[in-house]
Design a protein around this ligand. Structure first.
Ligand code: ARG
Length: 451
């Protein structure tokens, strides 16, 4: 009877579909069934619901599960629809399922339960991506390429060094996702609407049944808190930023023919037959933008909400879901594009000397021979000045002429011709930079073994 009265009064009228989250809730349908089961088992163990009724409710839940989300009766949300479906099967006794709880603690539990699964899926994608990047690093520890600052040629490095810079960023992204996971994995059930319940519920028991590590203690906090969503979406947006930078690097490399993408990760133009475009990476850049937008959307949703529950919260979860879905796919596509790409060693090595990119190495060489680094810097800068960086590179003689002037002694008193010539060679230049974390193959070996 009460159900009928309630449904009649609050059917929603013209705002019915505006109020309803039923179709969005498909994502938490299995979670809601798990939460219902755990709650019913706990209520039975506490003697709040009798075993026979509990048995009937659990059987009804099993039927509802096999019928699927699409077969649910109408409802304002998945929680109400499942409850109606239970009552349809069991009769009014089925309504005992909702003893000592509210949709407020229920939905919070469902979101946390489902989010764990999504996080684990994302984490395994990230770990898979890291393994693919490590394989590229192992294959290309001697593949010299130009490194840039300000998008201008700066110093030679290697493909391995570049790719490991992303693998290490992804290590930290992994850590942030795992940190967030620990705070997602807490049980809000038993908070009821926010003010607890007179029933003698066992919150640790529902936590254990649902695999939560602990309980969100304060019941007002348990029903209201969505900062776990902020943390997850924040970690996801951070990961998205790493991926977007990786994607941007490849787009730039592709524009200079410094990388050849596999056809599976490229696209062509419908009009320009000669084109092979890095569209997948541009979409990674675009979709990871959705994650950043999601973080913004979520914070905007939450920041004006007073305690305790407000219906705005119904719109909070979607930001996290959208962000996590976009980024999970992006991780896989970005890593696949890198793993299947070809790195044209000859072109990359030639490009590594452009813009006198080995200049720092020559200055380092002079400094190692006792010339103050600032003086060495000036000598090399002056030798390079006036040269057309596209045409000529300063050679030993050019540097020696300036050095003799500045040092008041022949350059050969400090360094010999072969040493300068090797510093000017991009492969030798990389090999010399063997400091911890550097690009020399010996330093890469250390980074690979740590990874
Ligand atoms: N569907 C709602 C949500 O996702 C839960 C329902 C709580 N409704 C309420 N009027 N207290 O947040």
């Amino acid at each position: 009877e009460e159900t009928v009265v309630r449904r009649d009064r609050f059917a929603g009228g013209p705002a019915r579909s505006f109020l309803s989250s039923l179709s969005d809730d498909e994502r938490i349908f299995p979670a809601d069934l798990a939460v219902d089961r755990a709650h019913v088992v706990m209520l039975t163990e506490r003697g709040i619901v009798d075993r026979d009724t509990a048995g009937e409710i659990l059987s009804a839940l099993a039927e509802i599960e096999s019928a699927g989300h699409a077969a649910l009766p109408d409802g304002e949300d998945v929680h109400e629809a499942i409850e109606s479906a239970v009552i349809d099967r069991v009769g009014p006794e089925g309504g005992k399922m909702h003893t000592a709880r509210s949709r407020n603690d229920e939905v919070a539990a469902c979101i946390r339960y489902r989010l764990r699964e999504d996080l684990l899926e994302l984490l395994s994608a990230v770990v898979g991506a890291r393994e693919q990047l490590l394989a590229v690093a192992r294959d290309h520890d001697e593949t010299v390429m130009p490194g840039y600052t300000h998008l201008q040629p700066a110093q030679p490095t290697t493909v391995a060094h570049w790719v490991l810079s992303y693998e290490q960023a992804l290590q930290r992204d992994t850590g942030r996702l795992l940190d967030a996971y620990a705070r997602v994995n807490q049980n809000p059930l038993g908070a009821a609407a926010f003010a607890g319940t007179p029933f003698d519920v066992d919150r640790d028991r529902t936590a254990a049944l649902l695999g939560f590590e602990g309980v969100v203690e304060n019941s007002m906090d348990a029903a209201s808190a969505r900062d776990f969503l902020v943390e997850v979406t924040g970690a996801v947006a951070g990961l998205a930023t790493t991926l977007s930078q990786l994607a941007e690097d490849i787009v730039v490399m592709a524009s200079k023919d410094h990388v050849e993408l596999d056809d599976d990760y490229a696209s062509t133009s419908s009009i320009m037959p000669q084109k092979k475009n890095p569209d997948t990476l541009e979409l990674v850049r675009g979709r990871t933008g959705d994650a950043v937008a999601g973080l913004n959307g979520l914070l905007t949703n939450l920041k004006g909400q007073p305690r305790a529950y407000n219906r705005d919260l119904q719109r909070a979860g979607r930001h996290a879901w959208d962000a996590i879905d976009s980024v999970t796919e992006s991780v896989e596509v970005a890593a696949g594009a890198v793993a299947t790409a070809e790195w044209p060693a000859d072109r990359l090595e030639a490009a590594a000397t452009e813009g006198f990119a080995t200049a720092t190495g020559v200055a380092d060489l002079l400094a190692m021979a006792g010339v103050p680094f600032r003086t060495a810097h000036e000598i090399v800068a002056e030798a390079a000045a006036g040269l057309d960086p596209d045409e000529d590179a300063p050679d030993y003689d050019a540097i020696a002429a300036v050095a003799e002037d500045v040092l008041d002694a022949p350059l050969s008193e400090y360094v010999d011709r072969t040493a300068v010539e090797s510093a000017l060679d991009p492969t030798e230049s990389v090999g010399m930079r063997d400091s911890r974390g550097g690009p020399a193959p010996s330093a890469i070996a250390g980074q690979l073994s740590t990874a």
